[in-house]
Design a protein. Structure first.
Ligand code: DQA
Length: 147
């Protein structure tokens, strides 16, 4: 099971960026935890981050045939990037959208996700554990397939 965790814009600023919203953990610390958890569950977890819309699109295209799942935090692109949405819709790889913060409890522009409708599902509001929950879901789907 190969899982790509893809972080969008400004997530490289985790730990420094608005810690009252996003917490104190750095992206590197979070990625380490997720890779370790994946290893425990027999998943090969690869983490990557980009601030550039086109690069995220390219990474999603390239994920086809290489990854079984993508866990994607599109950052602010969530709210307006039709290009990212089309990229997700264009690949066979299922995508789970995650957000650290509860976007529905924040500014109204964050209540809309243009990407979620083409994802398998969305997990929001649990800090870094939103990603952990996405890995848990993938683990569950895999177990269902093998049992
Ligand atoms: C975010 C929520 C977005 O609204 C915001 O633009 C981000 C982070 C989150 O993980 O909570 O960059 O995706």
């Amino acid at each position: 099971m190969n899982v790509l965790i893809l972080h969008g814009p400004n997530l490289n600023r985790m730990g420094k960026r608005e810690p009252h919203i996003y917490g104190h953990m750095t992206l590197e610390e979070m990625n380490d935890r997720l890779v370790q958890l994946g290893a425990k569950w027999n998943m090969n977890v690869t983490c990557t981050q980009s601030n550039i819309e086109g690069e995220l699109i390219h990474i999603i295209h390239e994920a086809e045939g290489r990854f079984d799942y993508i866990i994607l935090n599109p950052g602010a692109y969530t709210h307006y990037s039709y290009a990212l949405r089309d990229a997700i819709a264009s690949v066979e790889v299922p995508v789970i959208e995650v957000h650290l913060s509860n976007v529905h409890a924040r500014e109204t522009f964050r209540h809309t996700s243009v990407t979620a409708p083409v994802c398998q599902g969305q997990i929001v509001g649990f800090g870094w554990k939103s990603y952990q929950l996405a890995l848990t879901a993938i683990r569950g789907f895999t177990e269902e397939k093998t049992n």
